[in-house]
Design a protein. Structure first.
Length: 203
């Protein structure tokens, strides 16, 4: 009876092969999902890179427009208080310094955020192949095959190099652009108060 019982519990022929195929297919799906999430994460970072560059370009445009807007009426402003003589000219000059220096600082910070950053490039295609070929040969010597998870990890490691460099670049860009935007806002605020004071003086 015990022999009969043990024979009943024995897996049918071919079941181990089917189980291995199912397990391998399941591992392949999970590895594919991991690589898809890695792609999504990297693409999200690239989209942020484009957004930050767009914001920097908008800041540069804003600085240019404000500079033109400030300097265009300077002769008119000087003529308004011409009866005050040199004191009015000194006052206008001081106000213009307060307006333009923040714009200049914002311009420099924005350009620095775009120009200077550390990058980590991926290895060349042949180096990538050689690296993976070494792993494959090592697995063969150990009498095993490379798993789907090892392939996924190698893929994520390759993306991770550039991801880390971009992340550091974005951290620096955000800090610089926020300070630049603060200087622009400060300049606009001073300009608004100066415009109000000029209207009061005229009236």
């Amino acid at each position: 009876m015990s022999e009969v019982g043990s024979s009943n519990k024995k897996a049918p022929d071919g079941m181990d092969g089917v189980h291995n195929i199912k397990t391998d297919y399941k591992d392949e799906l999970i590895a594919h999902h991991i690589m898809s999430v890695a792609d999504l994460s990297y693409q999200t970072l690239m989209n942020r890179d484009g957004s930050l560059k767009g914001f920097a370009e908008q800041l540069l445009t804003c600085v240019t427009i404000l500079s033109v807007a400030y300097l265009t009426p300077i002769q008119l402003i000087l003529s308004v208080g011409s009866e005050c003589g040199a004191r009015w000219e000194r006052t206008v000059g001081f106000v213009y310094l307060v307006l333009l220096i923040p714009l200049l600082v914002a311009l420099i910070l924005t350009l620095v955020s775009l120009a200077f950053h550390k990058t980590e490039l991926l290895s060349s295609p042949i180096k990538q192949f050689s690296h993976f070929d070494e792993k494959y040969e090592k697995a063969q010597r150990e009498g095993r095959t490379i798993t789907h998870f090892e392939i996924a990890k190698s893929y994520c490691d390759a993306l991770g190099i550039e991801y880390k460099a971009l992340e550091q670049k974005h951290t620096r860009m955000v800090r610089l652009l926020n300070v630049a935007a603060g200087f622009v806002i400060f300049s606009v605020t001073i300009a608004a108060f100066g415009l109000i004071a000029l209207f009061i003086l005229i009236l």
